[in-house]
Design a protein around this ligand. Sequence first.
Ligand code: AMO
Length: 423
Amino acid sequence: HPTTRVLAAELPDHVGETLEISGWLHRRRELKSVTFLILRDRSGLAQIVLAEPGGDFPEETVLRVRGTVTANAQAPGGVELTSPEIEPLSSLAETPPFDLYRPTVPAVLPTILDHAPVTLRHPRLRAPHQISAASVAGFRATLDALSFTEIHTPKVVSSATESGANVFALDWFGRQAYLAQSPQFFKQAMVGVFERVYETGPVFRAEPHDTARHLAQYTSLDAEMGFIADHRDVMAVVREAVAGMVEQVASRAGEAVQLLGVKLPEVPAEIPHIHFADAMAMLGTDEPDLAPAHERYLSEWALREHGSEFLFVTGYPMTKRPFYTRPEPGRPRYSNSFDLLFRGLELVTGGQRLHRYEDYVAALDARGESTAPYESYLSAFAHGMPPHGGFALGLERWTARLTGVDNIRRTTLFPRDLHRLTP
Ligand code: AMO
């Protein structure tokens, strides 16, 4: 039978009607002659007025309230519910660790995470997750429009894809298996079937780093495409994906953006880029990789020189890239690869891949690796694979940089890291 529930945000459309709303008791305020209940649902807040003492429930009790929608300029949204009949739908066995109606959050991160099922109800703590959801919607919409096919690949695999160093091993019916570090092999293989694919899903890294930007499980937004000239074709798609994400955050998560005071970035029609060798020359160092301080410096440089909060660094040394990476033509010390820096942090990694079977065999051999663990992967290249490339964007890093939160654990509902396995 049809539900009669109306959302808090819809009340202004129903002045004069008697109807039903339901949600959580956000706040109870008892004045001398009147008691206000503020009810919270997924759309926002609604004020309920009790002319007589009552409504004596603890905050966060789930209530169903039937009442008359009455205009009142002082109420949130300009309306309130009067003459209410209140029915509790559940009572509380525990109280929240802090008052959820206070505009600022008076709790440290471990407390927030330990009590996530209730603390994330706080509008400020929920907002990054709403922004994250809108971002994924933008990623999907953009790649769908570019005729990428969405795929879902196994998260239990038989070999490491990125490096052997940070895989979780597990027992799979008596065989050694690993949690997937990336859908890398599968997305490449599916270029041979669909030409263009993407996936959004969990990946696992046995990260020994206890930092604000590393998780042991994170959400990877992956794409892979065939028939590219080189990595620059992939970079153009990264640009589109990021622009689509910003767009959907603005349109779907506008309230969360406002609540957090997020300044959405402008995505330039062409994101500026710098070759690794030139970046190193500018930084005056000859290390084989970029340190976090280098990334911050380069981001500041891009903002200063190009007015962009995004910067591609291209051509990373082959020694720092996985074996599937395509070397730079004419300069094989470097690679046809890139990272995208956003507000000082590495957000995306990608590049052109090897696509010929014999090149894979040679590349593994040059790294002193046996082809045996990669046999099923390599078979994808034995059947004809076009030149291709792709990228992966770390969702939590994106949301963290976008919202300005200090730790990516604030952008994942139930973080998994060195210390955290519950809730
Ligand atoms: P990479 O290993 O660089 O590349 O990962 C891609 C992006 O994922 C994010 N990221 C992380 N986020 C949170 N916690 C972590 N421990 C973590 N590690 C990485 C970063 C990073 O840029 N297969 C390649 C991608 C490709 O070439 O298509 C890969 O996985 O934002």
